[in-house]
Design a binder for this molecule. Structure first.
Ligand code: 5GP
Length: 205
């Protein structure tokens, strides 16, 4: 990435249980020029989750105050909790030249597309519904009712895959990570992403 360029934004969405979070954290561990935007949420932290690293955990009053201050690039209610992407957080990372991943749901993706029609969006699919059901049950973080709710929501979410620029099937983690990286690299090379570099080159010719 050129120091003179502003980072790109990538939306990564998926049905829950698709391994999106694991995939994205592998990608950022292996590539220090890619960062994930840390969202705000009103959901309670799960075991091992840290404030400021996985999410900014806030109460509903604080979240609604932030909505009122237009602090969010997008926000949505997912499974009865608010989630939102901080405008300031994303801008700061982009100004520093990082490519920024927004790991958000479909409602959020739609809102970001309205603000940035050129944003690159990627949808992660499970290899099958059977595998998805096994993954959701196996992670043991949610009750059977929540798993059933997530599975039926997953079906509706997967129907939205057609709205995304790219679709990656997460069958094998390393392969899916390589696919994500190819998408990110291609997007960086698009003329629109290289505009600042070309302008700088011409200015200094
Ligand atoms: P979880 O509670 O399992 O961490 O996330 C539940 C869902 O909320 C996932 O689909 C996740 O991608 C989505 N999500 C997380 N952060 C945001 C956000 O800032 N905005 C939106 N719209 N969705 C989010």
């Amino acid at each position: 990435m050129q120091a003179s360029s502003k980072g790109n934004i990538f939306i990564i969405s998926a049905a829950s249980g698709t391994g999106k979070t694991t995939l994205v954290s592998r990608l950022t561990q292996h590539h220090d020029d890619i960062r994930v935007s840390v969202s705000h949420t009103t959901r309670a932290p799960r075991t091992g989750e840290e404030h400021g690293r996985h999410y900014y955990f806030v109460d509903t009053a604080e979240f609604e105050k932030l909505i009122g201050e237009s602090a969010f690039l997008e926000h949505a209610k997912v499974f009865d909790n608010y989630y939102g992407t901080s405008v300031e957080g994303v801008n700061l990372l982009r100004e520093q030249g990082y490519d920024v991943i927004l790991e958000i749901d479909i409602q959020g993706a739609e809102q970001v597309r309205r603000v940035w029609p050129d944003v690159c969006s990627i949808f992660i699919l499970p290899p099958s519904f059977k595998v998805l059901a096994e993954r959701l049950t196996g992670r043991g973080t949610d009750s059977p009712e929540v798993v059933a709710k997530r599975l039926s929501k997953a079906r509706r979410e997967i129907e939205q895959a057609f709205l995304f620029d790219y679709v990656v099937v997460n069958n094998d983690l390393a392969e899916a990570e390589a696919d994500l990286l190819s998408i990110i690299k291609s997007h960086r090379l698009k003329q629109s992403s290289q505009r600042l570099f070309v302008e700088n080159l011409l200015e200094n010719s």
